[in-house]
Design a protein around this ligand. Structure first.
Ligand code: ZN
Length: 308
């Protein structure tokens, strides 16, 4: 197994700590980051998900301030990933994000969110159909924020327009997607048809996407275009039980399936990067070099391309 030095572009929490919790303390955050480091994560993006703009800004500000208070945090926090609120409100595509806080992209709100991070927001996941003009995508690119499509049912032309405006990736392919879609013209096939133009993040826990399908997508997209993310929530690294993401109750069973207690949708993962590394080694035949690309190199290259 390659020496663990994972880069994780999407971490909502871990080891019993929810980064979207308003009661998050410096000590709890620091402790979770230490345990992520011990798990082999050398750099990651704490992720703030859809909520009221005030709540999102408050959480972004808090984490960016925490990161400045400690050398270890400064080193391992590569920035903040904001997932929402400019995503699809449609059931299935919205996933477990609170639909009442989802909205069309707005430049002034996007600037408010990145201002709250004082330069630390490095990634934004939005639905291209919520940014039809491409104005927010283009401005974020100029602000050195990597814009990813996700929680979206964008048409092929909306995706292509997004790419023309600066879209660089697609967040957790196969998730944030309705259970039933058109047999040909669906979001997964559209993204596969645009391969080479987008970096694709994948949750490799064996729960979010079946192993055979994950392997098939990596083969089609090319391992140099795929990035493994944990999309971890507070249950990652913890025993089965009930956990929270942004106040929502999530039940985790013994096979690490994360289910929203009310509607049953998957809500983040209960796996850490080392869990995913072990899972890939046991279930998929992917060699060391390719794993290094999936777990580290491609994410570093992507953030490097976006700029400091
Ligand atoms: Zn998501």
């Amino acid at each position: 197994m390659h020496p663990p030095s994972y880069i994780d572009l999407q971490v909502n929490g871990a080891f019993g700590v929810d980064f979207n919790d308003d009661a998050l303390t410096f000590e709890a955050f620091h402790g979770a980051c230490q345990r992520l480091q011990a798990d082999g994560v050398v750099g990651f993006l704490p992720t703030i998900i859809t909520d009221s703009i005030e709540s999102m800004c408050r959480r972004i500000r808090k984490i960016s301030e925490f990161a400045k208070q400690d050398k270890m945090l400064e080193e391992c926090i590569l920035g903040i990933h904001v997932e929402g609120p400019f995503i699809s409100p449609v059931s299935g595509f919205v996933g477990t994000h609170p639909a009442q806080h989802v909205r069309p992209a707005s430049l002034s709100i996007a600037l408010q969110l990145i201002d709250a991070g004082q330069g630390s927001v490095r990634m934004l996941t939005l639905a291209p159909e919520q940014d039809e003009s491409g104005e927010v995508t283009d401005r974020m690119r100029r602000e050195k924020v990597a814009v990813f499509a996700g929680h979206t049912d964008a048409s092929r032309s909306q995706l292509q327009r997004g790419i023309d405006s600066g879209l660089v990736g697609f967040t957790h392919l196969g998730n944030g997607c309705a259970m039933q879609v058109h047999r040909h013209d669906n979001i997964i096939q559209r993204v596969l048809s645009l391969r080479g133009q987008l970096a694709i993040t994948l949750i490799a826990d064996g729960v979010h996407v079946p192993g055979w399908l994950l392997k098939s997508w990596i083969d089609i997209l090319g391992y140099e275009n795929c990035i493994v993310i944990s999309d971890a929530m507070s249950a990652a690294g913890m025993p089965p039980g009930e956990y929270r993401i942004s106040g929502q109750p999530i039940q985790v069973d013994s096979d690490r399936r994360t289910r929203h207690r009310e509607h049953g949708y998957l809500a983040g993962s209960a796996s850490t990067m080392s869990d995913m590394d072990r899972w890939i080694h046991h279930h998929l035949s992917i060699d060391e070099l390719r794993c290094k690309h999936l777990f580290q190199k491609n994410a570093i290259d992507l953030l490097g391309r976006i700029g400091a």
